[in-house]
Write a protein that binds this ligand. Structure first.
Ligand SMILES: O=C(O)C(=O)CO
Length: 279
């Protein structure tokens, strides 16, 4: 047990951001990683030109890394937006336009997980209407994920950093994944268990793991406080990942932490080389 027994991938939207997007896959490979994940990289463009998509696909293929997770269009992350699918009007339309573009891109790289961030509550909008729109959009996304053989992930964020995001408990994330499955009939919605966000919210992480490991399709980690590399805060991440393993989770663990004032490549000393190389 321990870090060496997990399959880690590196998030190229929070790590290696000191480099241009197209150089990040090779930088991850040079640091020993075999797998990467991404937030939707074109924050203002749900459907980019084919040339841009092709260039990113080539950068990933040429680096020899595998894309294992991709966020669908979510507006400007990490702020002020937190997703688009429950935001009426233009943002919902952008999310819908993005679904097939993102699924085609992910599918062309054999990526097995699409992450759909819910979006903030909007002042003046009826929360029930936002939730109804969200469910419609999540069913569309679940169908697109199913078409490429992927799961659709539902992520909860933390309330202090995302005060207008309505999904802030593990229970709410799992309940929504269940509702999407019920509405789509596809059974491919899963919980994205981000241990950093859950811990900032003060959740009992061992209890969350024991209860929801079986509904979890992807895990992300960062230490707390600070959202830095494991060891920079006080979360017992190695123990928590062992517990996840014991609870039956054997999927990817995404490194979604901030490098701080060091170059990203210097923030992986805590991670044995063998655990970086999974594909
Ligand atoms: O915006 C964030 O903090 C995320 O974790 C997105 O995946």
């Amino acid at each position: 047990m321990g870090f060496a027994d997990q399959r880690f991938d590196v998030n190229l939207s929070i790590l290696f951001t000191e480099l241009p997007l197209l150089r990040r896959p090779a930088a991850a490979a040079a640091a020993g990683f075999g797998a990467v994940e991404l937030w939707w990289p074109w924050v203002d463009t749900p459907v980019p030109d084919r040339a841009e998509l092709d260039a990113l696909r080539r950068a990933i293929e040429d680096a020899g890394v595998r894309l294992v997770g991709l966020n669908l269009y979510a507006g400007r992350l990490p702020g002020p937006d937190r997703g688009a699918l429950s935001v009426p009007g233009e943002e919902s339309a952008r999310f819908r336009a993005n679904i097939d573009a993102a699924a085609d891109f992910a599918g062309s790289l054999g990526c097995g997980a699409l992450n759909a961030l819910y979006g903030n509550r909007v002042e003046g909008a009826d929360p029930a209407a936002q939730d109804a729109l969200a469910l419609e959009n999540l069913v569309l996304a679940a169908r697109a994920a199913d078409r490429i053989g992927a799961v659709l992930l539902i992520e909860t964020l933390n309330a202090p950093e995302s005060p207008h995001y309505p999904l802030v408990t593990a229970a709410a994330g799992v309940e929504l994944a269940d509702r999407v499955d019920e509405a789509s009939g596809l059974g491919n919605a899963r919980f994205l268990m981000d241990l950093y966000h859950l811990s900032v919210n003060g959740e009992d992480l061992p209890a969350v793991i024991d209860r929801y490991a079986a509904r979890t399709g992807h895990v992300q980690i960062a230490d707390n406080p600070g959202r830095g590399a494991p060891g920079t805060g006080s979360l017992p991440l190695e123990d928590l990942l062992d517990r996840l393993r014991e609870a039956g989770y054997d999927g990817w663990v995404g490194l979604e932490y901030k490098p701080g004032d060091r170059p990203s490549a210097q923030t992986f000393d805590w991670l044995p080389a063998a655990a970086r190389a999974a594909r």
